[in-house]
Design a protein. Structure first.
Length: 200
């Protein structure tokens, strides 16, 4: 197998069309803002000494808040407490976000630099059902652009049947990995109530 260099890739793919390069902005335009404000889900990508990390982030309204046209705030709601993404950002501020809006084939991508804060006022501004995020990620936008829709169209992401039928459950995965010491059927049975209680 041959591993390709940047020069090899340039020869294979050639120069991108103007639409692929002219779509990039260094701040939220009105059109990009409309997409971001509608998105309730995004993927947070970070890099650190142990490698890369990509983490799903979701909310029941906009998943991020615009602080100004070049700055976004992303509350860190309850999760698994591994803090992989947060630890990466604290050591290497290069951060990317990928936003999906249900029903739209357009994916909005943002690359920039992020920091983490536990500022009381900012945390309080995100309060939900009396609970606040423990920290907030604040990202300074370097570039924002839309991704070609072909990937979402090829995957039929918003159409067709439910592909999840018959997949191993989290409880089964845990039980397999731990020889039954963690997880199992009880984990799956208890999960919906636990999730509802610890959503925020």
């Amino acid at each position: 197998m041959r591993w390709l260099s940047p020069e090899d890739l340039s020869q294979i793919y050639g120069a991108p069309a103007p639409a692929a390069t002219r779509k990039v902005a260094d701040h939220l335009t009105d059109a990009y803002r409309a997409h971001i404000q509608r998105a309730r889900f995004c993927i947070l990508a970070t890099v650190g000494p142990e490698g890369t990390d990509a983490s799903p982030r979701g909310d029941d309204g906009p998943v991020v808040r615009e602080l100004d046209p070049q700055t976004l705030a992303l509350p860190d709601w309850r999760g698994n407490d591994r803090i992989d993404s947060l630890a990466n950002i604290a050591r290497d501020d290069r951060t990317s976000l990928m936003f999906l809006v249900r029903g739209s084939a357009n994916v909005i991508r943002i690359n920039g630099r992020a920091r983490i804060t536990d500022d009381p006022g900012l945390r309080a501004s995100f309060a939900h059902e009396g609970k606040e995020p423990r920290t907030v990620i604040v990202l300074r936008i370097a570039e924002v652009y839309f991704q070609c829709a072909r990937a979402v169209i090829r995957a039929g992401l918003w159409t067709g049947e439910d592909d999840s039928a018959g997949l191993p459950t989290p409880g089964q995965i845990l039980a397999d990995l731990t020889a039954g010491q963690v997880g199992g059927e009880s984990y799956d049975i208890e999960w919906p109530e636990r999730a509802a209680r610890t959503m925020w």
